[in-house]
Design a protein around this ligand. Sequence first.
Ligand code: AMP
Ligand code: ZN
Length: 496
Amino acid sequence: MLKLKLYNTMSRQVEDFQPIHPPQVGFYACGPTVYDYTHIGHLRKYVMDDVLVRLLKVAGYQVKFVRNITDVGHLVSDGDEGEDKLEKGSRRYKLSAWDLAKKFENYFNHAMAEMNNLAPDVSCRATEHINQQLTMVKTLEKKGYTYVILGDGVYFDTSRLPDYGKLARLRLDKLKAGARITKLAGKKNLTDFALWKFEKPNQKRQMVWSSPWSARSFPGWHIECSAMSSHYLGEQFDIHTGGIDHIAVHHTNEIAQAEAAFGKKPFVKYWVHHNFLQIEGKKMSKSLHNFYTIDEIEMKGYQPMALRLLFLTTHYRSELDFYFENLAGVQKALKRLITDIQAWQKTTSLTLDEIARQSLGDEAKKMKEQFWQKMADDLNTPEAIAMMWRMAKSEELKPAEKLALLLDFDQVLGLRLFELTPEELELKSAVDANSLPAKVKGLLKKRRQAREEKNWQEADRLRDELRKLGYLVEDRPEGEKVKLVGTCLPVGRVGS
Ligand code: AMP
Ligand code: ZN
């Protein structure tokens, strides 16, 4: 069995992976808050989850993969104040909170399929696990970990846990109220957090449930993940993933709730955190509105598997800056590889099954081992991908051996190497005039007018504006040509 190593945020070290009950592995991934479009920043995280699940399976583990859908209770501040993201999104998109959640859960699932991510064994909605969450809060109340802030909610008293904050290594004595931690009136400690919230008198929420504390109330954000993960995976399980933004608050509070309620430590054996996809030095995020959806990426002529490969070229614990130029480079390389694969397939009469089963020469065996060693070493995908390129170019391997290795590698890479065609990976650099967004068409028209009037300054200004939107205008003797460029500004959402 492949020996895996994983970086554990709890110990800040790469550790040998040893599940609690081998060969079973309980795996919980924090899922999306479904109030807006899934963007490619999220996709980086979910692709890396997928690669880890695939790797565990190749290594022979029986993985139970659970991912939640946050469809209630995640407040805009990430703290305990402010509006529920679902209620806010409901106004923005003029849909009921329930329909909004459905719409964006569907979009999330569509994006997962586009990225060739395996479906989880369990996809669980917070709104469908209200009882499990209530039970957990009642247990915490019985054990004396809670207090009520009148008119606000049930709170967890973090001073009751001597090791509170261990995941983030919080220095509680040094914490000050700030962007992520709010000092709410009535909170006993700065780090106390809401387990259950009450509707405010003037609020008229769409999503409310009756609880022992209030007839119109709803769960806090953190409780859903402790309640649902333990419901499906037990009171202690192996792997929990999330973005690095979840370490200090969300996962810290998940640990507090679960370890206090169940009286067992550790709640999770390996905490795996993914770094961000950035754009112009900032986290790509729904709140900053500096994001692209997968449909926008495809509309610009890119194939989702090129994006997947781009993600794999950077280690999951490093930041990744998104540039269209890089995506284009990766897509070109992938197209060459797919073209080669098709050519190599023509040199053999063996079926793919037969190719996969054939015996390998020493050099091929060595490369195969090196690839899996890299993957097993805390998912060193950049080096594993580099290994794949070396292998593909090697003059020592027979085409059938290359095919066998690529079939093998694609079990974990999930790049659809044997399904894609070079045509699908053709880069379309010039834009089809008919598919341009109305705003871009309008700016182009104005620019043409400015040029006719020889108002070069205005024409240049409009060219800059178009560039910011991701469109490069070139003036050619045969007329203007519009190309796509890397940019951080989204050009209206696709899929709405
Ligand atoms: P959310 O829907 O905002 O709750 O995010 C769902 C997951 O995606 C969380 O684990 C986030 O940490 C992660 N995430 C959000 N934005 C990014 C980004 N730009 N890069 C990588 N992961 C992200
Ligand atoms: Zn979560």
